[in-house]
Design a protein around this ligand. Structure first.
Ligand SMILES: Nc1nc2c(c(=O)[nH]1)N[C@H]1C(S)=C(S)[C@@H](COP(=O)(O)O)O[C@H]1N2
Ligand SMILES: [Mo]
Length: 322
């Protein structure tokens, strides 16, 4: 689990220090994984689970947007969640998020932009063509999934609202409504849940404003009706059920950083070489695929998106700016 204040913490086993043979193996695997980021074969478009309204997306042509890994079953991706507004147990969001009302919904765009305003969710849905993107999502807790999202680049929205020269960062504010979210009664985090990105990260074509997954609208527990997905960063950077996008001059505070600054930094790029203070980040368990005792996968630098995003961090000390 993420966090110190939470009881019943599941600490990853202490036996994750990688033996040399595995390390060498991983280097070879990394080279292969790099090549696999550029699919020669187009993966089939995702079959709908048939539970919610359809939201089709055309296959994305953004470089790196379609990873070749096997997709996580919908049943796992929609029942093993982190959404603390509905409780801290992985099963809580699927159990409790039926009280979230994804309609009507507006997203406020404010701060350092020439065209601030309130976007109704229906207008936001049609702002740009919906695309299917198959991304890895890795949680800082050491598990990962491969999810076919539906959405468009956040950059599409950013371009339209015309940030001023003072806009250096983007803050994301997510819903905090006690009537809809039972988890707000707990002080495990300061509400609302807030996250942020540097402007170039927010503008990167892989940064997704997601409205759906598996060809349907998002289930409430995955962040309906709209969320962010930043595939090269730990899962917590991808705020769910967004209500506000704020353009700011200074690096904004983020929930996990506020909760435990020594454990969670602003950048939070997936980096197998930087351990979490309480556990290794070298490997991960793929949900729905690997059993609890199955061999873990090597975690890839920037979650495997290094060819696309590595350049943004050139010259930064990623141990200090974690
Ligand atoms: N509003 C909000 N967004 C959130 C969280 C949360 O608790 N509240 N958890 C984050 C974490 S830690 C992860 S790993 C991902 C999980 O997304 P998923 O449940 O769709 O896989 O959502 C992120 N977004
Ligand atoms: Mo997470």
């Amino acid at each position: 689990m993420h966090y110190l204040r939470d009881r019943g913490t599941i600490h990853p086993l202490g036996s994750e220090i990688t033996p040399r043979a595995v390390y060498l193996d991983r280097r070879r695997w990394l080279a292969l994984a790099g090549a696999a980021m550029w699919p020669a074969l187009s993966p089939a478009q995702t079959a709908r689970p048939g539970k919610l309204a359809a939201l089709p997306g055309s296959r994305s042509t953004v470089p790196g947007a379609l990873v070749m890994d096997k997709t996580t079953p919908y049943g796992d991706a929609s029942t093993y969640n982190n959404f603390y507004e509905f409780g801290t147990d992985k099963a809580d969001p699927a159990r409790h998020a039926h009280t979230l009302k994804p309609r009507p919904w507006t997203v406020a765009v404010e701060g350092e932009v020439k065209k601030p305003g309130n976007y109704d969710i229906e207008a936001l849905l049609k702002l740009a063509p919906q695309e299917e993107r198959i991304y890895r999502l890795r949680c800082v807790e050491g598990w990962s999934m491969v999810i076919p999202w539906v959405g468009y680049s956040l950059a599409e929205l950013i371009r339209r609202v015309e940030p001023t020269g003072n806009a250096k960062f983007v803050q994301f504010v997510t819903l905090a409504d006690r009537k809809q979210m039972p988890g707000l009664a707990s002080s495990v985090l300061d509400w609302p849940y807030v996250e942020g990105l540097r402007m170039d990260e927010a503008l990167h074509p892989l940064t997704l404003l997601a409205f759906g997954m598996y060809g349907e609208v998002l289930p409430n527990q995955n962040g309906a009706p709209v969320r962010v997905v930043v595939p090269w960063k730990y899962g917590f950077k991808s705020g769910k059920s967004l209500v506000k996008i704020r353009f700011v001059a200074k690096q904004p505070p983020t929930s996990w950083e506020l909760a435990a600054p020594s454990e969670y930094g602003f950048y939070s790029n997936v980096n197998p070489q930087v351990d979490h203070p309480r556990w290794s980040q070298a490997t991960e368990r793929r949900i729905g695929e690997d059993g609890l005792f199955a061999k873990k996968r090597a975690t890839l630098m920037f979650n495997g998106y290094e060819p696309q995003v590595g350049q943004m961090y050139a010259g930064m000390d990623l141990r200090k700016q974690f």
